[in-house]
Design a binder for this molecule. Structure first.
Ligand code: COA
Length: 384
């Protein structure tokens, strides 16, 4: 297996982007990543996308994007694993470069979610739940994560204030990210007094519906070193699956796919979670960030909420989590999210994060991207 590095990154602003089409978004991010990389050609590309069909009526996305990027006839494959589609796209590109099949490979992600109304967006997202056993009974992702939150509160004494601290911290980080959809700083009171979506999750506990795209360009390390002054290595990848339906899991507060994917990625990198300097994780709802950190082994079950209140996951905490603002503040264009996590990690490891959100002395980072309520997860380890 060859050593692999990220040599270029690109991203659009996240938000409600009426003026840009689906293909415009992808091409903007991909062109930025190629320019940043110094490479003038691609051998292959992957496009993470959860539901082009339901959000914009478009499938066959690999070819469409390769054509509009001007790189056809290279191989181009759309990758889907619900909200982990971006992470799965990165994993596919990593494997292709590591295997020696291709040298310069682009991993991108895109979603345009705001061209449909809220009901349709909720339906499209809910197709990533178990359609027959969850979807047909009216369950949506806010509802499913609310069930997880209620179980976590009942089992471990987690409180709405602990959840709110996750949102406050991520908005604080996102306020420094020029690409964030909701960069406003918020308070714990604002979260607790915001409109209830699915008890105990208020609107400010939820990630939003977002348009956006992100892309990274990968190359083998020996080529990377010639093209880019600051290649960032990808040390490893881990992916795992779980029952999609919550009722099929032994314990709904435990995200087993996250645990297994993290273990695989850390073992492949020859590291432990204690060797990691910061993390970008899948905070689609505030409770998700807590459950993810517990599943990754950062905290024992039930301990992530109190740690959030103590500020341990803030930019100056013992393990900064989501310095980008996370899905909560930066936005969550589902197919793009896993790549946007990689974008932030590369920026931080290069020492280029804007507006004072640069973390000090960081060398290694982990990205955790999740599909649905934990039916899939992809974990990637990076090193400067
Ligand atoms: N965080 C902060 N502000 C938000 C927000 C969020 N998540 N979602 C919407 N807003 C703001 C809007 O900008 C708008 O503000 P304005 O009145 O000043 O313009 C206001 O709140 C209402 O927005 P609207 O779009 O009407 O909200 P909505 O009720 O249709 O949707 C949610 C809110 C939470 C239901 C929706 O964002 C959602 O479904 N989020 C979860 C997405 C999801 O499940 N992703 C997959 C995860 S696995």
């Amino acid at each position: 297996m060859r050593d692999v590095a990220v040599i270029g990154i690109g991203m659009t602003k996240f938000g409600e982007l009426w003026e840009k089409s689906y293909r415009d978004l992808f091409v903007e991010a991909a062109k930025a990543a190629m320019l940043d990389s110094g490479a003038d050609n691609l051998d292959s590309m992957y496009v993470g996308c959860m539901s082009g069909g339901l959000f914009v009526g478009q499938e066959h996305i690999g070819s469409l994007m390769a054509d509009y990027l001007g790189v056809a006839p290279i191989p181009a494959t759309r990758v889907e694993s619900a909200c982990a589609s971006g992470g799965a796209s990165l994993r596919a590109a990593f494997i292709e470069v590591a295997s020696g099949i291709s040298d310069i490979v682009l991993a991108g992600g895109v979603e345009k979610m705001t061209d449909v109304d809220g009901g349709m967006a909720t339906y499209a997202l809910a197709t990533a739940a178990d359609a027959e056993y969850e979807g047909f009974h009216g369950a949506t992702f806010p509802g499913l994560y609310a069930m997880i939150a209620n179980a976590h509160m009942h089992k471990y004494g987690t409180t709405p204030e602990m959840l709110a601290h996750v949102a406050v911290k991520n908005h604080d980080n996102g306020s420094l990210n020029p690409y964030a959809q909701f960069p406003a700083k918020i308070s714990v009171d604002a979260v607790l007094n915001s409109v209830m979506v699915a008890d105990p999750l208020h609107i400010l506990d939820c990630s939003p519906v977002t348009d956006g795209a992100a892309a990274v360009v990968l190359a083998p390390l020996e080529i990377a070193a010639k093209l880019n002054a600051k290649p960032i290595r990808i040390l490893s990848t881990g992916m795992a699956t779980d029952s999609i339906a919550l009722h099929d899991r032994e314990e709904i507060t435990h995200l087993n796919a996250v645990s297994v994917a993290t273990t695989r990625a850390l073992e492949m990198a020859g590291l432990t979670i204690g060797d990691i300097d910061f993390a970008e994780v899948h905070d689609c709802f505030t409770i998700a960030e807590l459950c993810v950190l517990e599943a990754m082994g950062v905290y024992q079950p039930g301990k992530a909420g109190p740690a959030a209140m103590r500020g341990e996951t803030a930019r100056d905490g013992s393990l900064p989590v989501n310095p980008s603002g996370g899905l909560k503040s930066k936005g969550h264009p589902v197919g793009a999210t896993g790549i946007a996590q990689a974008y932030e990690i590369v920026k931080q490891l290069r020492g280029e994060a804007e507006n004072g959100r640069q973390l000090k002395d960081v060398k290694r980072a982990i990205a955790q991207n999740m599909g649905g309520s934990g039916g899939s997860s992809v974990v990637t380890v990076f090193e400067a």
